[in-house]
Design a protein around this ligand. Structure first.
Ligand code: NAD
Length: 684
């Protein structure tokens, strides 16, 4: 322990300190610290370290380092404010005859504040994400010959592991679940059986109840609720409360004020950690396009950490930058997840690391191996027998299957199409994606972007419509393929006639929708209403609610939409034009469909396959007021296809247009208005 002679809140490096600068009452602090020391001295010997002026946090000796047997790992503090404590603690360890171990590198490690020995389980729980870096976990395992279990702290109020977890005698574990991320909770639950876990609530957490010192059957802490005391008593512990609120002003209590010196090495020693690392390079307009920032976010948001090993900054606006990054993750699985996401940002595994992709056989029909690589919309290459092969049928949320042989092939497959034994790409090695980078040109326009990509609001509709019209004209000239995805709102808003004229004039090569768009288009063609509303007068008509059912009934009698056209029953509208122009359409069924029309495919697997077939080879896709079908289409469309999403709901537009690719644009507007402007622009 270290007497609070120079203790105070002099700066703010955790949320508890905020509002408490210069608000410590020295006399109270001294009395409370003596109180804790007296309680402990009744149970154990207490050694003291000399307090140093100008280091107000030195009183929190748990952060001095970590001791196991006679080995001491001295802390490296994250914050400049505490860094000078190190020399004092180091000197104390040396004088006391400890063997000092320095961890490789320079990443922060804050001692027992973040590393707690669990003798019963023979492991060291180590926190990261706030003060101690994940990068030191393997070094710690190595230095102390112990198994390290990494836990990620997710709430900045619980910035050290000892504020939210405490391993106790006989395998009990007190912890505050809300302080951890989901993966860490799973780890805790896997390693500590339910009867040994004591999860505390908000009140105890706020009173620093986890920050306890456990000596044999005694537990010394600031305070605990009656409920927690009862639970600890049931587990055979004697709870001793001693007030420490003056220290809570700086974010610490009983455990923070104490460093345990009698730590015995676990019997089942042996260094072990699940932490893994990988090297990647990123090249492109890293700063301008925000790629580096995105890469760093990917690593941190997914529970990892990173180190930028080198960074060559492109000096001019047009020149490329290059960065080499070392990514560290708490497990192989997390590393693969992070690297896969970095690959889709265009990162590459560092040359020396490039090797064949790992392959595992599908264990059964329709099931992939557990660590499968999930495909993205970006063109992907896989290294097979030293050669980079381009993936066929690229789409999102599939797996990559390698067909071995003299000329190996890699294709994207859905789970349901996997056969037992199919070789599926796993992990993240031997993979790379090609991604167009946003190249800033001198006029501020982006060379590759489709209308500047992103989401446009009402004010720019006219301009965006003009650009979309220009694109459509271009594809029609080049005999390209334009696919339209539409919902019933196309008809309700009066856009049906405009869509029909686009089809008639050769601007649409395939139409995708559900039962509703066809039902309401046909209702309008046969009865002049859409969902019973007369679109010319904008008013409901008598008995109009049965109109759409009557339309369905008529088509069912004819045998289908094409038959209705051939029989002269259906003579106008969107689907009439499709049949006339030979434009294929696919209608996917849903739970709310009335009828359905004979053309509506109620077998959804078949419907997905029909959509996939019609989307293949598309140059441009217009998504018009149908969230369900547009999202479905977005997932099966590789990057590179120009995509325009029109919806009245900004959230839907953002979701669909924000694919991280440069070819999608979203327009928040009424789809009827949009279609009317578009057909005007196209003169159709
Ligand atoms: P959806 O919720 O997936 O999409 C509707 C979208 O239209 C929403 O994103 C909404 O924001 C947008 N929208 C609403 N008004 C708009 C406007 N004026 N301009 C632009 N966008 C506008 O629903 P959905 O695609 O209409 O239907 C989902 C499923 O239900 C489909 O399979 C459909 O066929 C079926 N359905 C069947 C029937 C029927 O059989 N009678 C009726 C309705 C829907």
């Amino acid at each position: 322990m270290c007497a609070p002679a120079h203790y105070g809140v002099e700066y703010v490096i955790n949320p508890w300190m905020a509002g408490n600068v210069h608000r410590v009452t020295q006399a109270n602090a001294a009395r409370q610290w003596e109180g804790l020391r007296n309680r402990l001295e009744e149970l154990v010997d207490v050694e003291l370290v000399e307090p140093a002026p100008g280091l107000p946090d030195m009183v929190f000796t748990a952060n001095a380092g970590l001791v196991i047997e006679k080995k001491a790992v001295v802390s490296r503090f994250l914050y400049r404010e505490r860094r000078n404590e190190r020399a004092h603690f180091k000197k104390w360890f040396e004088r006391a005859g400890y063997e000092i171990t320095d961890l490789a590198g320079d990443a922060p490690f804050e001692g027992e504040g973040d590393a707690l020995l669990d003798r019963e389980r023979g492991l060291l729980w180590v926190g990261y994400g706030m003060r101690t870096d994940l990068d030191v976990h393997p070094a710690l395992a190595e230095a102390l010959d112990v198994r390290v279990v990494s836990l990620r702290l997710a709430d900045e109020r619980f910035y050290h592991l000892d504020t939210c977890l405490c391993p106790l005698e006989r395998g009990y574990l007190v912890y505050y679940p809300r302080a951890f991320d989901a993966d860490s909770i799973i780890q805790i639950e896997q390693l500590a059986p339910a009867e040994k876990r004591i999860a505390i609530g908000d009140d105890d957490a706020a009173a620093f109840a986890c920050n306890m010192v456990n000596i044999g059957e005694h537990i010394v802490l600031n305070s605990a609720t009656a409920e927690l005391k009862e639970r600890l008593a049931q587990a055979g512990f004697n709870v001793i409360e001693t007030p420490l609120d003056e220290f809570m002003k700086a974010g610490g209590a009983a455990k923070c004020l104490v460093l345990q010196l009698a730590n015995h090495a676990p019997a089942n020693g042996g260094a072990a950690t699940s932490v893994r690392e990988g090297l990647v390079t990123l090249e492109g307009h890293l700063l301008h396009a925000g790629l580096l920032e995105k890469a760093v976010d990917v690593a941190v948001e997914n529970g990892g950490t990173f180190q930028v090993l080198s960074f060559d900054l492109g000096r001019q606006q047009s020149s490329l930058s290059r960065a080499e990054m070392r990514v560290v993750a708490p497990s192989e699985m997390r590393l693969n997840g992070i690297v896969s996401q970095l690959l889709s940002l265009g990162a590459k595994r560092v040359a020396g690391e490039e090797k064949d992709a790992a392959l595992s056989p599908a264990p059964m029909e329709g099931v992939a191996p557990d660590d499968f690589y999930a495909s993205t919309i970006y063109p992907t290459e896989v290294c097979v027998a030293g050669k980079w092969l381009t993936v066929r049928n690229q789409r999102m949320d599939g797996v990559l299957v390698v067909e071995a042989g003299a000329k190996p092939v890699v294709r994207c497959s859905l789970f349901r199409n996997l056969r037992k034994g199919d070789l599926v790409v796993t992990g993240s090695e031997g993979l790379r994606t090609r991604r167009k980078t946003r190249k800033p040109a001198s006029n501020g326009e982006h060379e590759f972007s489709f209308m500047g990509a992103g989401v446009s609001s009402e004010r720019r509709v006219d301009l965006v419509v003009e650009r979309i019209a220009w694109e459509m004209r271009r594809w029609r000239e080049q005999r390209g393929k334009i696919v339209v995805v539409g919902g019933p709102v196309v008809i309700h808003t009066g856009g049906g006639q405009h869509l029909a004229s686009l089809i008639r004039n050769g601007y649409v090569q395939a139409l995708l929708g559900g039962n509703a768009i066809a039902v309401h288009d046909i209702e309008q063609a046969l009865l002049g209403t859409s969902l019973g509303v007369d679109l010319v007068r904008g008013a409901p008509v008598a008995h109009g609610h049965r109109h759409h059912l009557a339309a369905i009934n008529t088509i069912r009698r004819c045998g289908g939409i094409r038959q209705a056209v051939e029989q002269g029953v259906l003579t106008r509208g969107v689907f009439f034009e499709c049949v006339k122009a030979g434009v294929p359409f696919a209608l996917a069924g849903s739970i709310r469909d009335d009828g359905p029309l004979p053309d509506t495919e109620m077998n959804l697997i078949q419907a997905q396959d029909d959509y996939t077939r019609l989307v293949r080879g598309a140059d441009m896709i217009l998504m018009l007021g149908s969230m369900l079908h547009s999202i479905g289409v977005g997932n099966m469309t590789p990057s590179g296809v120009r995509l325009a999403c029109i919806d009245i709901n900004p959230a839907v537009v953002t979701k669909l247009a924000d694919r991280g690719s440069l070819e999608s644009v979203g327009v928040v507007t009424d789809v009827g208005l949009f279609l009317s402007l578009l057909s005007q622009r196209l003169g159709s």
